[in-house]
Design a binder for this molecule. Structure first.
Ligand SMILES: NC(=O)c1ccc[n+]([C@@H]2O[C@H](COP(=O)([O-])OP(=O)(O)OC[C@H]3O[C@@H](n4cnc5c(N)ncnc54)[C@H](O)[C@@H]3O)[C@@H](O)[C@H]2O)c1
Length: 256
């Protein structure tokens, strides 16, 4: 093991879904800074150019591929376009997701379909599309799905989101088991509270902030870099004996 160069991803191709979101763009930046070629995919392309330019400043290849994860045909097209552009995918950060907080009895069927569609169904179809590419090409790849502490807790007003994220943890175990003998590692990262474009209104409210941090032993919210550095490790050779796991990055929230 070359410990000193463990985070050197030169020659590797990384796909990050949700790549124009707050944490996703940090993943892209982190991998590019470690020498990887990076493809970001998202439905929102407004900041894609800036993120791609920032990645290219590390002298790596970078590209944006638009995709609506609610459409399985679009997922397959997106993965094909990534493979065509970069020749291969070595690392998948299956990261896109969103949240919609309300009491369980107030959700509509349409809201269920959309939340489960992006947060669980798309995670499955992206994983199997990339997994098939890895299996067919003998790529000993790394897949890192993004779960949440909500997968391990029964927090109110998150019934659908928690169902999806809990499903991701189980999906991670099964895919890890199915693909282990082909040398593909499948793990998940489970962020705690991170202030992002999706959570800022909720987490920046002083009363909410105080009540949430009362249950976080490290007494701060997570930073995007806290999540990205864990993902880098899971994608590295240093994590080659870890598979099927969800690594929670949550300031100790789950030990309370
Ligand atoms: N921020 C937190 O506190 C927190 C905690 C736990 C887990 N997470 C997870 O981290 C991931 C990123 O969250 P974030 O807080 O950075 O949010 P974000 O909104 O900044 O990023 C999410 C990205 O997913 C994309 N996306 C949503 N629907 C899509 C669709 N149909 N097709 C393609 N892309 C789509 C959005 O456009 C966005 O860029 C999510 O999976 C989220 O559940 C976040």
């Amino acid at each position: 093991m070359n410990y000193k160069n463990m985070m050197d991803f030169s020659g590797k191709s990384v796909l990050v879904t949700g790549g124009t979101g707050s944490i996703g763009r940090e993943f892209a930046n982190a991998f590019a800074s470690c020498g990887a070629n990076v493809i970001i995919s998202d439905i929102n392309e407004s900041t894609a150019g800036d993120i791609v330019d920032a990645c290219r400043s590390y002298s790596v290849k970078a590209k944006f591929v638009k995709c609506n994860l609610l459409d399985v045909r679009d997922i397959k097209r997106m993965v094909t376009e990534c493979v065509t552009a970069f020749g291969k995918i070595d690392i998948l950060c299956n990261h896109a997701g969103f949240n919609n907080r309300k009491p369980a009895i107030e959700y509509t069927e349409g809201e269920w379909d959309k939340l489960i569609g992006v947060d669980l169904k798309a995670v499955f179809f992206v994983a199997i599309s990339v997994g098939k590419h890895m299996l067919e090409n003998g790529i000993k790849g790394k897949i890192i799905n993004t779960a949440s502490v909500s997968a391990a807790r029964g927090h109110k007003n998150l019934s659908i989101y928690a169902s999806a994220k809990g499903g991701i943890c189980q999906l991670t175990k099964v895919l890890a088991n199915e693909w282990a003998e082909s040398g593909i590692n499948v793990n998940a990262v489970g962020p705690g509270y991170v202030i992002t474009q999706q959570t800022q209104h909720y987490l920046n409210d002083p009363a909410t902030r105080d009540s949430l941090l009362a249950h976080v032993p490290l007494k701060r919210f997570g930073k995007c870099s806290d999540i990205a550095s864990t993902v880098l490790f899971l994608a590295s050779e240093g994590a080659s004996y870890i598979t099927g796991q969800t690594i929670f990055v949550e300031g100790g929230r789950l030990i309370d």
